[in-house]
Design a protein around this ligand. Structure first.
Ligand code: URA
Length: 440
């Protein structure tokens, strides 16, 4: 077999066999095939697409390129959740404890932020002492005892994805639906859960800018998961505005705590509730109505919040931060974005909002950048809201004063104002299962 022939076949729209796909993936991971040939293959896939069978084979081969977690030592049904990425997306921090408080088992491997999107692990590590690198025995024991653990994804999970993603990043092949589907699902399959709920984000702060593409991506990921014997649900959520009010590490951790106390912004609460319900229903904890009731009780009784505090304590973190969020250090400097005239916020470029947070120090410009956990933005006015001259639209936080003015001017460009109130946006846009697509 020759990689040249495989590239040629895909370039002409042919269907690659499992052997051909695995030859390319294994050859690349073992450094036998050079970057430039795999880059050509990725570009051919970008333009020609992949059949469902090719996509499954690619995902399976990538999933098996490293360690695959065997979660059989954890009792019961293990349920996972994954977001395709967004701005202000702290959902896992509230959803995983809620699901565990209602009897679910969440053995979660999460990522760090890169680019304009944040990562759960960075947010958790804003709590002093928090360890996100547990060994397998500690991880399994914790999920058996507590119902949850959230750890960083080990370097051995789907190493093919790591290498391919880095190559896609520099060859303009990231925004390919089959390549995104294989990338995400290879990690999910390797992570081992029985049931998976996907959050496929849609809008200016997401990879998928429109609903049609997001439905296609969701369908592809559901097909891959079901073929691999996992039960799948994908929920499409609005990422045309940042989720909730907070974008940054400490302040998102605080917002997740507020959600578990029954407070916080309405969009974030609705999204958390929807994901927790889907995860509980998939885990066989009850009907939608029963799971809704359990969730409301877990919030009212404080059981969800206690699960988060217990998880933090078990992972070496200072759990008093969960009950006393005023302990999170405040950023040294802040600057308000003040409305210059009356009107409505008619549109936000959410990716640009995320990039502003990165400029402030809340995210990483490169893999090795250090995070400033106190940096970030609080959004007080988002798309659809009326503003009056002098209102504070957002507050920017940073540890270096000289970053604030350029970041504010960048954020200003992310907002569009008008005199007419735009149509209200839905938070939950659609649900995709193996049998159907439901539009909301
Ligand atoms: N997230 C991933 O893990 N991979 C992609 O390709 C895009 C988003």
């Amino acid at each position: 077999m020759r990689i040249y022939d495989i590239i040629e076949k895909k370039k002409r729209g042919g269907e690659l066999s499992n052997e051909e796909i695995c030859y390319a993936v294994k050859g690349y991971v073992s450094d036998k095939i050079p970057d430039y040939q795999i880059a050509a293959l990725l570009m051919a896939i970008y333009f020609q697409g992949m059949s469902d069978q090719e996509l499954y084979n690619l995902t399976d081969c990538m999933a098996k390129s490293g360690e695959t977690a065997d979660l059989s030592q954890i009792d019961g049904i293990k349920v996972d959740k994954h977001s395709t990425g967004g701005v202000g997306d702290k959902t896992t921090l509230a959803v995983a404890p809620l699901v565990a408080a209602c009897g679910g088992k969440v053995a979660k491997m999460s990522g760090r932020g890169l680019g304009f999107t944040g990562g759960t692990i960075d947010k958790l590590e804003s709590i002093p002492g928090m360890q996100t690198a547990l060994n397998q025995k500690q991880f399994f024991e914790m999920v058996n005892r507590l119902g949850l653990a959230v750890i960083g994804q080990s370097a051995d999970i789907a190493p093919a994805d790591k290498k391919l993603y880095a190559l896609r990043d520099v060859t303009a092949t990231v925004d390919s639906i089959p390549l995104i589907a294989a990338s995400i699902m290879s990690k999910k399959l390797a992570a081992g859960s029985d049931k998976i709920v996907l959050d496929v984000t849609v809008g200016s702060g997401a990879f998928m800018k429109n609903l049609e593409d997001a439905i296609t991506l969701a369908e592809k990921m559901v097909v891959i998961g079901e073929k691999a014997g996992r039960e799948m649900v994908a929920i499409l959520t609005n990422m045309d505005v940042p989720l909730g009010i907070a974008v940054g590490n400490d302040i998102e951790m605080i917002e997740a705590v507020e959600m578990l106390q029954g407070n916080g912004p309405e969009d974030f609460r609705e999204i958390c509730h929807t994901f927790a319900r889907e995860m509980l229903v998939l885990s066989g904890q009850g009907t939608e109505e029963e799971c809704d009731k359990m969730l409301r009780e877990a919030i009212k009784s404080g059981a969800g919040l206690k699960k988060l505090a217990d998880m933090v304590a078990e992972q070496g973190g200072d759990s008093t931060y969960i009950y006393h969020t005023e302990k999170f250090p405040k950023a040294k400097y802040s600057l308000d974005f003040v409305a210059e005239q009356d009107g409505y916020v008619v549109k936000m470029d959410t990716e640009q909002c995320g990039k502003t947070a990165v400029m402030l120090g809340a995210g990483r410009e490169t893999k090795d950048s250090l995070i400033d956990s106190a940096a970030g933005i609080r959004f007080f006015k988002k798309t659809g809201q009326k503003v009056r001259k002098g209102d504070i639209l957002a507050t920017l936080y940073a540890s270096k004063e000289n970053i604030l003015a350029p970041a504010l001017s960048f954020l200003k460009d992310a907002y569009q104002f008008g005199q007419k109130q735009p149509e209200p946006q839905k938070n939950i846009l659609a649900k995709v299962t193996k049998d159907r697509v439901i539009l909301y």
